[in-house]
Design a protein around this ligand. Structure first.
Ligand code: MF3
Ligand code: CO
Length: 255
């Protein structure tokens, strides 16, 4: 069931989204060669505690998942697509790309956001992957107008990506967000024009394209969380929580 948020809930999510964007920005500027993914996780945890909110992913149980997520931040490096678990021994190095995915619970409501950032100087091919994936997110957001349908979002992203020949990860998708981290509807990054659930003002959804430099296939790691590309090629991920309005969609996860 899709939940339409009340004006009061929207106000809280707007503030939560602003806080989340601020925290993620601070974590992002810590990224450099030599830092461990665990240090980034610890820093995100510290920042969210300082502002009096809760990290949404820590101890989160995905539907059907064995063990709860053991960290606050998802840190996915190079061929890791999403849900990479931070580790002390995992050290970032020049030329890596790293996806930072974070969610917070502010006054009972959830917002969700991700960026992929370069570690030092990266190859032109990786730079292009980051640029195109971020652009795909904004293409998806622009398509999310009230009166359109969920399929229109995926259709817009898929059509935009086609000329680049990147693999669109199709076993994972965006989602409704707010009273819970994951709510209806599923928001895939591919789709058919005019298909799927109707977008209505007051709906809050997370759009999150995951694009692979190679094929779309992914492998689920033995750690029970990490998704990585099957062909070992790099992957990028950007995400915003947005509000459907009678006009342009509003990005909630912004400073
Ligand atoms: N943005 C991610 C998602 O929607 C965050 C989930 S991580 C988890 O899938 F640990 F909480 F599952
Ligand atoms: Co999400």
């Amino acid at each position: 069931m899709i939940i339409i948020k009340t004006p009061k809930e929207i106000e809280i999510m707007r503030e939560g989204g602003r806080r989340l964007a601020e925290v993620l920005h601070k974590v992002k500027i810590k990224v450099r060669p030599g830092i461990s993914t665990k240090e980034l996780d610890d820093y995100a945890f510290k920042l969210v505690k300082e502002i009096g909110d809760k990290p949404a992913f820590l101890d989160y149980r995905a539907e059907g998942a064995g063990r709860p997520y053991p960290a606050s931040l998802c840190v996915s490096v190079n061929d890791e697509v999403v849900h990479g678990i931070p580790k002390t021994e995992k050290i970032l190095k020049e030329g890596d790309i790293v996806s930072l995915d974070f969610g917070i619970e502010h006054r009972g409501l959830f917002t969700d956001m991700a960026v992929t950032v370069p570690v030092g100087i990266i190859s032109p091919a990786k730079e292009k992957l980051l640029r195109v994936t971020e652009e795909a997110l904004y293409i998806g957001i622009r398509a999310a107008a009230a009166g359109k349908r969920v399929g229109d979002i995926g259709y817009a992203i898929e059509t935009f990506i086609r000329p680049y020949k990147y693999g669109i990860v199709d076993v994972l998708s965006g989602h409704g967000v707010g009273r819970k981290l994951h709510e209806d509807p599923y928001v895939p990054n591919f789709g058919r024009k005019g298909a799927g659930e109707l977008l209505e003002p007051g709906m809050t959804i997370a759009i999150e394209p995951m694009l692979n430099m190679g094929g779309k296939s992914v492998i689920f790691d033995d750690d029970e969380w990490t998704f990585r590309t099957a062909d070992g090629k790099p992957s990028a991920h950007f995400e915003h929580t947005i509000l459907i309005t009678p006009g342009e969609p509003e990005i909630l996860t912004k400073i």
